[in-house]
Design a protein around this ligand. Structure first.
Ligand SMILES: Nc1ncnc2c1ncn2[C@@H]1O[C@H](COP(=O)(O)OP(=O)(O)OP(=O)(O)O)[C@@H](O)[C@H]1O
Length: 243
């Protein structure tokens, strides 16, 4: 993926303020943003997805400008064509598995109908082994099944990038290893570019062809980005600047 980000935003809540100031460039398909809690990882991912608008800067995905404050470009989330896997999966509790996945295709304000069938939705239901529970609600699924539904919803519309916020954090340790392997195989199969955020060194090891570390640098609460690559990666670390 070609990822080119240079964003700045100050958020205020009461007397607290937090400044997000992140620059990163990558041409890898597997990118990991790593760092402690509160360092700004989720905010960075939300800005890429169009769920948070930076005050200034730019975001380019695969050569397409999705945000550029100077040029007045700020594409709506749907127009950015990114799949987003939220930390808690954010499945709709009142929609069954099939409807939740179909929601990934929908740009409508009303929910997909329970009986509606889409070829792509059926494909991912089969690929993730969810046939037997396609009519069930999220509350009646295991953690791993819920994660598969959320992942299917994120990729069903064939996004140009997949954004994953702590995808394994809600799983117990043994399932975490299985799901990590599944996601790794899926990324290789689909060759879908991804940005994954995590605290977990094992995720960095598995997915971090390009690793960006966000650090909270007291006292001004500015975020610093630094990067490193796996030893066998040809790309250079110079392409991520540190402010
Ligand atoms: N709307 C907001 N207004 C003010 N501050 C905010 C807002 N949203 C997030 N923050 C603050 O921004 C900082 C970064 O939040 P963010 O969610 O990006 O952290 P994170 O690195 O993803 O943490 P975690 O690993 O715990 O999920 C936190 O200190 C948070 O309290």
């Amino acid at each position: 993926m070609q990822l080119d980000i240079d964003i700045y935003k100050t958020l205020r809540a009461g007397k607290r303020s937090f400044t997000l100031d992140v620059q990163l460039q990558s041409s890898s398909q597997r990118n990991v943003i790593y760092g402690p809690s509160g360092a700004g990882k989720s905010l960075t991912l939300k800005a890429i997805a169009g769920l948070l608008t930076p005050e200034r800067g730019h975001i380019r995905l695969n050569g397409h400008t999705v945000f550029d404050s100077r040029a007045g470009v700020d594409l709506a989330p749907q127009a950015r064509r990114v799949g987003y896997l939220f930390q808690d999966y954010a499945l709709f509790p009142h929609l069954n598995v099939r409807q939740n996945i179909a929601f990934g295709l929908s740009h409508r304000w009303f929910n997909p109908r329970a009986r509606e069938r889409h070829e792509q939705v059926e494909y991912w239901i089969r690929a993730f082994g969810l046939e037997a529970m396609a009519h069930q609600l999220p509350d009646d699924l295991s953690g791993g099944q819920r994660q598969r539904v959320a992942l299917a919803r994120a990729i069903v519309a064939e996004p140009q990038a997949l954004l994953l916020d702590e995808p394994f954090a809600a799983l117990d340790p043994s399932l975490r290893n299985t799901m990590r392997r599944e996601l790794s195989d899926l990324q290789q199969l689909l060759q879908i570019p991804m940005v994954l955020i995590t605290h977990d060194p094992q995720d960095v090891q598995t997915f971090g062809d390009h690793v960006v570390e966000l650090r909270d640098s007291e006292p001004d609460k500015q975020i610093r980005a630094s990067c490193h690559h796996k030893a066998n990666e040809a790309t250079s670390c110079k392409d991520t600047s540190i402010r």
